[in-house]
Ligand binder design. Structure first.
Ligand code: SP5
Ligand code: ZN
Length: 341
């Protein structure tokens, strides 16, 4: 399987996120991608290539223009105030308050984000756009006839919606690739999100559409970030009714429960008649993940790859989360090698 990778991921290297009431070193760090690339090379998964540049157009098919402009200019506006440390928001609009974009950068950070875990840095825009290019270059390989490709995206994307960032995500790599796949002729795209956290951004982007089916297995939002999306009752709306399927699982769930949900998600993908598949590949379901509460073991990731392969669809794997850094490469690449068997 081809891997697409860019060193530009290093440009996103936030110092700290707010977690458990303290500023702590970012869990989402450059070493994550290094570990996955190392493992790709160790097992000889296949060729590793650099991304091509697709520009802003495919991004604007998914994200709002004012949001993209904000991401592109946020660091300049922040540093113009004499600040050289990372930018984090401090408060948000909630029920009954205005939804207006403020004029000043501190207000804009609040307006366009949903958490204080996702620092905007000097290199954020370049890293996030490189990550999109990694996803789109993987798609090119599949459009060129490959059965699958692995886009080793970093920063991740599935929490980013049309008009907001958060959850370590700025631009939604998987959603942009799914949209590009539709634009390049796929009839119906399925997105299977196996990251521990609900892919709220991806769900919201496609929620009212029938042409992209979104299904996700994740920590129950009653207990787990992002808390405000990911319930089983969310099945899509309008023309998208029936084109969204969530499988929330309680803290402590192991592969017995998880694999049952995977089987249901896969059956739904087949029933939907998808002809293209994007996998949001997070491996923070691992038992040793420092911020997550599922109990998957490294061997289980082989079973995931096998089950996905049984769908028989052209498949683009897009890297999302996973914070047990020493194991992230093993777990992610286990999915990929088993898929190829
Ligand atoms: C892409 C992705 O996996 N993003 C995840 C973002 C999660 N951010 C919230 C982390 C909250 C951690 N709370 C548990 C801390 C354990 N002490
Ligand atoms: Zn995650």
């Amino acid at each position: 399987m081809l891997t697409v990778y860019s060193d530009d991921h290093r440009l996103q290297d936030g110092k700290a996120e707010l977690v458990d009431g303290k500023l702590q070193p970012c869990f989402e760090m450059p070493r994550r991608a290094d570990m996955v690339l190392d493992r790709v090379k160790t097992v000889g998964l296949g060729e590793v290539v650099e991304p091509k540049n697709f520009g802003k157009e495919p991004i604007l098919r998914v994200h709002a223009e004012n949001f993209v402009t904000f991401l592109e200019t946020a660091w300049d506006e922040w540093s113009a105030l004499g600040r050289s440390h990372d930018a984090l928001p401090l408060n948000w609009s909630v029920r009954g308050m205005q939804n207006r974009e403020p004029e000043v950068i501190d207000g804009k950070l609040s307006y366009f984000s949903f958490d204080a875990g996702t620092p905007v840095t000097a290199g954020t825009w370049r890293a996030a756009t490189a990550s999109v290019n990694v996803a789109l270059t993987g798609l090119e390989a599949v459009l060129g006839g490959a059965r699958s490709a692995f886009s080793l995206c970093r920063p991740p994307g599935h929490h980013a919606a049309a008009e907001y960032y958060g959850g370590y995500c700025f631009l939604n790599n998987a959603a942009i690739a799914a949209q590009a796949w539709r634009d390049r002729g796929a009839g119906r795209v399925a997105i299977l999100d196996v990251d521990y956290h609900h892919g709220n951004g991806t769900q919201s982007i496609f929620y009212e559409r029938a042409d992209v089916f979104f299904t996700s297995i994740h920590g129950d939002p009653r207990q787990e970030f992002p808390y405000f999306l990911g319930y089983a009752e969310e099945t899509g709306s309008g023309p998208g009714e029936g084109a969204n399927a969530n499988f929330p699982l309680r803290w402590g769930s192991g592969f017995d429960l998880w694999s049952e949900a995977l089987d249901q998600a896969c059956k739904a993908i087949t029933a939907q008649g998808a002809d293209a598949l994007v996998i949001s590949l997070g491996v923070d379901t691992f038992k040793e993940d420092p911020i997550s509460q599922f109990r998957l073991e490294s061997e289980d990731y082989f079973r995931i790859g096998e089950r996905i392969a049984k769908l028989g669809l052209p498949t683009l794997f897009v890297m999302e989360g996973g914070y047990a850094v020493e194991a992230i490469g093993i777990n992610a690449v286990n999915v990929l090698t088993a898929f190829e068997q």
